[in-house]
Design a protein around this ligand. Structure first.
Ligand code: FES
Length: 56
C-alpha cells in the first residue's frame, strides 16, 4: 500500500528504511522522499515510524 503517493513510497519501503536505521521523519524524508511534496503522508508515515520503533 502506498503511503506517499507523490513519491510512490509504500509502507513496506518505510518499514525497511526503519529496519535499516531511520528513526525520524526527517530521516525517512532524506532516505525516501516521504513528505517532501504535498506533506499529506507525514501523519501516516509517523504512525508507522512510531509503531516500528516501539517494536525495536
Ligand atoms: Fe507524500 Fe505527497 S503524499 S508528499
Amino acid at each position: 500500500m502506498f503511503v506517499c503517493i507523490c513519491k510512490a513510497v509504500s509502507d513496506k519501503a518505510i518499514k525497511q528504511a526503519i529496519a535499516e536505521g531511520a528513526d525520524s521523519i526527517r530521516d525517512l524524508k532524506a532516505r525516501l522522499g516521504v513528505g517532501s511534496q504535498c506533506g499529506k503522508c507525514v501523519c501516516q508515515a509517523s504512525q508507522i515510524l512510531h509503531n516500528e520503533l516501539v517494536k525495536q
